[in-house]
Write a protein that binds this ligand. Structure first.
Ligand SMILES: Nc1nc2c(ncn2[C@@H]2O[C@H](COP(=O)(O)OP(=O)(O)OP(=O)(O)O)[C@@H](O)[C@H]2O)c(=O)[nH]1
Ligand SMILES: [Mg+2]
Length: 420
């Protein structure tokens, strides 16, 4: 009995010898591949569907925030750009009274704040920071069969009079600006120089250099400035006021007028307005932002494929390694068990006697019992690599070649200037 126990302890010890340290790569690598696959890889595949036409598009929308004077033409600019007349309310009175996300989608609809969170999950934290904002938020979806690469964020016009927005508009604009690719600041001739609230928001945003480089100042509705003196006077006023709140470097004001108002002007004015109009330049900035997004997407996708590639190879190599180690251990345990059993049970002399006298049955019978115990102990050890991880790695491996090719193809397209 004592001998059998001793054998059991020895076999258990032998089986533990190859058990890895919990902090070793054996545990870290599978965790890495699983999280890569679940978090990034699946996500990347979801956002970057296979196929050439889809792959030239960025994975997420470019965000364009519009803010500025009331009635400066923010909503009209969006409506014009997405070529959907009447999409948003526009007019002389304060028309936009909510923060409005504008995006293309399956069908024309207006989503309230709760449904908007379903479409833009990041809104959840914004609504938590500004609890009254959900009552002043909506998403305008316009029917579009094409991918909608731009998300416009229209905001209520800023005024100095005692208007209650129902939420802290300065702070919300500031928050939205942080995650926007382009920030269009609308100033207009009627706002005369600039209203104080608009200036306050500009000052806060411009104090962050990273936000400032994404800000574009637009002097809208320039067709209203028919008098050359008015025009000069206004430009001087705006420049003076802005000079107090923005860094001088890279400061430029883009005069803008929507085409329909050019058509309505007299032929001479129309000619001047066409010359002056920076609308195409501003649309060009949207295209540039899209192209930047596409490049970022291509780079991160390529990096992602490379990372998954390495992690998958590591897991497969590790799995092979463990399998071969295990089979070696199994053989060693078997042989070890036979020898240990024989020595312990019979002692050297008796064993020699037994073998000499041809009592093989006894020797082999006891060996088989001990080996059985050894195998049970081995099998009951926790798995070194969980099977899901290994299976995942093996499933992903054959697709990696295709993904690598796709990433390279995407990079070639970007390099050739086919951004979006
Ligand atoms: N003359 C002229 N009028 C314009 C131009 N663009 C827009 N408008 C008019 O300006 C008015 C205000 O335009 P909106 O687009 O509602 O302005 P907004 O900035 O969204 O206004 P709020 O939402 O109230 O802040 C509307 O009557 C538009 O038709 C333009 O280039 N020239
Ligand atoms: Mg508006």
């Amino acid at each position: 009995m004592l001998r059998s126990l001793l054998v059991l302890v020895l076999v258990t010890l032998a089986s533990c010898l190859t058990y890895p340290d919990p902090d070793s790569d054996v545990f870290v690598v599978p965790e890495r591949v699983t999280s890569l696959y679940e978090i990034y890889f699946e996500d990347a595949l979801h956002h970057l569907p296979m196929g050439e036409t889809h792959f030239t598009k960025p994975p997420a929308q470019v965000r364009v925030l519009l803010f500025g004077n009331h009635g400066a033409g923010k909503s009209s600019f969006v409506t014009h750009t997405v070529e959907r007349p009447g999409l948003l309310p526009t007019g002389i009175a304060m028309t936009t009274d909510k923060i409005t996300y504008v995006t293309g989608g399956g069908s024309d609809s207006m989503l309230d704040s709760r449904s908007s969170v379903g479409l833009f999950p990041e809104l959840d934290s914004l609504f938590q920071r500004y609890p009254t904002l959900p009552n002043h938020f909506s998403t305008r979806v316009y029917e579009s069969d094409k991918h909608s690469p731009i998300l416009f964020i229209d905001t209520p016009g800023t005024v100095d009079t005692q208007v209650s927005y129902g939420f802290d508009i300065n702070a919300v604009i500031n928050d939205l600006a942080k995650t926007s690719d382009l920030i269009l600041v609308f100033l207009d001739p009627h706002g005369q120089s600039l209203c104080q609230r608009t200036l306050d928001v500009i000052r806060t945003l411009a104090s962050d250099p990273q936000i400032y480089e994404r800000m574009v100042f637009v002097l809208s509705k320039v067709d209203l400035l028919t008098d050359g003196f008015d025009k000069l006077n206004l430009m001087v006023q705006i420049t003076q006021n802005l000079a107090f709140v923005v860094p001088q470097k890279g400061f430029k004001i883009h005069p803008m007028v929507l085409p329909e108002y050019i058509e309505a002007s007299d032929p001479h004015n129309a000619e001047v307005l066409r010359e002056l109009n920076a609308l195409d330049e501003i649309h060009g900035m949207l295209i540039q932002a899209l192209s930047r997004r596409a490049q970022d997407a291509a780079h991160s996708f390529k990096a992602l494929v490379e990372r998954v590639d390495v992690a998958v190879a590591e897991v497969i190599a590790l799995d092979d390694d463990i399998r071969s180690q295990r089979s070696t251990v199994n053989t060693k345990v078997f042989l070890g068990a036979v020898i240990i059993l024989s020595v312990c049970y019979f002692g050297w002399d008796k064993l020699a006697d037994q073998v000499e006298n041809g009592h093989w049955k006894e020797v082999l019978g006891c060996s088989a019992c001990i080996t059985l115990v050894g195998v049970v102990v081995l099998k009951s050890r926790p798995a070194l690599l969980d099977t899901v991880t290994v299976q995942t790695a093996k499933e992903v491996a054959p697709r990696l070649g295709y993904l690598r090719e796709t990433a390279a193809h995407l990079m070639r397209k970007i390099a050739a200037g086919v951004g979006v």
